[in-house]
Design a protein around this ligand. Structure first.
Ligand code: SF4
Length: 270
C-alpha cells in the first residue's frame, strides 16, 4: 500500500501565548495590546495532531506574544519536539525578546535536549532597553545554547497604522504588489487552534475585532477563511498573492521602533 506523503511546507509558527511584556507599535500579531492568554500543553497538542501526518514544515517556530510568559514552556518544548517528530534537517525554534530569560531555570537543558534554537529579537536601540537586553544576552551566551539574534531595530514592517482600537489597514489598490512587499515575509504560515492561516495579521485580526468596534475597512479581511485539516492543503500552500493582501501596503513601510517598554499612552498614541 502506498504511504501518504506529508506535504512539504516552508515554515509554520504558532503562539504558545497571546500575552506579551512588550508594546511594539505595529505588531503584526496584535499581541502588543494587553492580551492575557496562555495555551496549555494539551491545547497545543490538540492543534498539532490534525496536521502532523499531513504536512512537514521545514521550520517550526514557537512564539507569541512572549513565549517565556507561558509557565509550561519547558513541557511545551519537549512535547512539541515529540509530537511533530522533528528531525535534524528541520529547524525548531523558540522566538523570544529575551528579557524574561531568568524565569525558567530548565530552559537551557530543554533547548539542548531538543535541538531547539533560541531566536532572540532585538527591538530597539533605546538606552534603557539595550541595557536590559545586553544583560540577558550575556546570560544566554553563558549557557552555550544555539541562538541567533534577529535585529529588528531598524527593520520593522508595519501592516497597519494605529494602536488597539484605532488600528486601520494601510491598504493597497494592487494586492500583488502588496504581496511582493509582504510585511510578514510571505511564508510565515500560522497555526491557530486547528486551522492554518496565510499570515499573522489574518490569523489574529479577529481577536482585535472581538475586543473593539473596528473600522469597516477591516471587513473584507475579517472574512478570510483559513485552511482546515480536511481542506485542499496543496492548493493552500501553493497560493501566492491573494486578494486579502490588499490589506497591506504596496511598499514596505520600514520604521524605527521606539522602545517597546513603554505604554502607548506614554507615546501619546492612545
Ligand atoms: S495579507 Fe498578504 S501581504 Fe499582508 S501580511 Fe498577509 S500574506 Fe503578507
Amino acid at each position: 500500500m502506498e504511504r501518504f506523503k506529508a506535504i512539504d511546507v516552508p515554515h509554520l509558527e504558532w503562539h504558545v501565548t497571546h500575552s506579551c511584556n512588550f508594546t511594539c507599535q505595529g505588531c503584526g500579531h496584535f499581541t502588543n495590546d494587553g492580551y492575557i492568554e496562555n495555551f496549555t500543553v494539551d491545547e497545543l497538542k490538540s492543534w498539532y495532531l490534525p496536521w502532523i501526518d499531513k504536512i512537514r514544515p521545514r521550520e517550526l517556530s514557537m512564539l507569541g506574544g512572549e513565549p517565556l510568559l507561558n509557565k509550561d514552556i519547558i513541557e511545551i518544548i519537549y512535547m512539541t519536539k515529540e509530537i511533530w517528530s522533528i528531525e535534524s534537517d528541520q529547524v525548531f525554534e523558540l522566538v523570544t525578546n529575551a528579557l524574561l530569560i531568568d524565569k525558567h531555570p530548565d530552559l537551557p537543558k530543554a533547548l539542548s535536549d531538543t535541538n531547539c534554537v533560541l531566536t532572540i529579537t532585538k527591538h530597539s536601540d533605546d538606552e534603557k532597553y539595550v541595557k536590559l537586553f545586553d544583560r540577558c544576552m550575556d546570560k544566554i551566551k553563558s549557557w552555550g545554547v544555539k541562538h541567533i539574534v534577529h535585529d529588528a531595530v531598524d527593520y520593522w514592517l508595519k501592516a497597519y497604522v494605529g494602536y488597539g482600537p484605532t488600528i486601520e489597514p494601510i491598504g493597497s489598490d494592487d494586492f500583488k504588489e502588496s504581496w511582493d512587499n509582504c510585511p510578514t515575509g510571505q511564508e510565515n504560515f500560522q497555526l491557530y487552534k486547528d486551522k492554518i492561516y496565510k499570515c499573522a495579521p489574518l490569523a489574529y485580526l479577529p481577536l482585535q475585532k472581538e475586543k473593539y468596534d473596528l473600522s469597516d475597512k477591516w471587513e473584507p479581511y475579517l472574512k478570510y477563511i483559513p485552511l482546515s485539516p480536511d481542506g485542499d492543503i496543496e492548493k493552500f500552500f501553493s497560493r501566492k498573492a491573494e486578494t486579502v493582501c490588499a490589506m497591506c501596503p504596496k511598499k514596505s513601510g520600514r520604521f524605527k521602533k521606539p522602545s517597546p517598554l513603554y505604554s502607548p499612552k506614554h507615546y501619546g498614541i492612545l
